[in-house]
Ligand binder design. Structure first.
Ligand SMILES: Nc1nc2c(ncn2[C@@H]2O[C@H](COP(=O)(O)OP(=O)(O)OP(=O)(O)O)[C@@H](O)[C@H]2O)c(=O)[nH]1
Length: 312
């Protein structure tokens, strides 16, 4: 599935960054009884690497460290879109007002000076983790299509632009599959709108089961139209996935008496691939996939149409 699993069901992970092992020992000893996973880093550099790798729910960050200090570590965390929504709590021996202000201005949610009370530290962490859980949940809701539980159009557009950027930097192919349920108006007319809704949810589940790479994403583009984003996927690979998507819905064998296509629910699919170049945009790729879908419909529906690769 494309969206992060239930944001409120996971044990939160706290990353502690401090260059003094004795400080880490004290924190680990007290915090390990909390319902959290603890991960430690001995420098700002290691903290940044781990933050990107594991995406912790909160970072406890020392200020004074050799190499990049806590302030610079925080600045880099906030500048990187992979880590900028992780709450940072400074935990430091530096307690002057200017430093506290600097830490908070850099985007930290809290600044705790040593010596500190362990029960108060724990209470603050619990509060920050509860807020993070809520913001994860909101993010998940904002990205999810309510009916089908797959990504929604807004999420797809965001991912399309970010994958287009990645494909441009790496000069790798990006493929899109646009697909649409055949004669769905007749389905609704014949079986009723609630049954139509159930049908769309089942189709989404079947489509989703075809995708295995974490970077592949399925979204409901609107109505009875879905879209699949396939990063680093050549035209042939995308065509093969499209055939599997087609078969997954065909094999559901959902009855559709008035379809005119096999008496069951079928889909038409358009495939487009591009290696981003100066002359084209993600919107061009979308239009190209949409055009391929139109061709699949025009050629009789219930099939895949693969467009020629977009001009560079
Ligand atoms: N049940 C249900 N129907 C929807 C939903 N969104 C769109 N539809 C219906 O999907 C139908 C799409 O109809 P058309 O665009 O004419 O296409 P079609 O009947 O599938 O015909 P072709 O695409 O040409 O094969 C319309 O009747 C919409 O009301 C939804 O969320 N639930």
């Amino acid at each position: 599935m494309n969206i992060q699993p239930d944001a409120d069901q996971q044990t939160p992970t706290v990353l502690i960054v401090d260059d003094v092992p004795a400080n880490l020992d004290v924190l680990v000893e007290h915090l390990q009884r909390e319902a959290v996973h603890l991960v430690v880093a001995l420098s700002g550099e290691e903290g940044l690497r781990l933050a990107k790798e594991i995406g912790p729910d909160l970072i406890l960050l020392d200020v004074m460290m050799p190499g990049i200090d806590g302030f610079e570590t925080c600045r880099r965390l906030k500048a990187d879109q992979d880590t900028n929504d992780i709450p940072v709590v400074f935990l430091t021996a530096r307690e002057d007002e200017l430093d506290t202000e600097k830490g908070l201005r850099l985007g930290a949610v809290d600044y705790i000076s040593k010596p500190f009370s362990m029960p108060i530290l724990k209470a603050r962490l619990r509060n920050h983790l509860a807020l993070k859980r809520k913001s994860n949940l909101l993010l998940q809701l904002a990205c999810t299509d309510e009916l089908t539980r797959v990504g929604n159009r807004r999420h797809f557009n965001k991912m399309l632009h970010s994958e287009w950027g990645r494909a441009t930097r790496n000069q790798t192919p990006l493929s899109l599959v646009m697909l649409d349920v055949d004669y769905f108006k007749r389905f609704n007319d014949h079986y009723g709108h609630p049954e139509g809704d159930r049908c769309l949810a089942q189709i989404a589940g079947a489509l989703d089961s075809v995708l295995h790479r974490p970077s592949d994403m399925l979204a409901r583009y609107g109505g009875e139209e879905f879209v699949v984003l396939l990063p680093e996927t050549e035209r042939d690979g995308a065509a093969a996935i499209a055939e599997q998507l087609h078969a997954s819905v065909f094999n559901l064998a959902l009855p559709h008496q008035s379809a005119g296509t096999e008496g069951r629910v079928t889909i038409s699919l358009g495939v487009a691939t591009a290696v981003p170049a100066a002359l084209n945009t993600p919107e061009d790729l979308l239009a190209w996939a949409d055009n391929a879908l139109y061709q699949a419909k025009a050629q009789g529906r219930n099939q895949v149409f693969v467009a020629a690769e977009m001009d560079q």
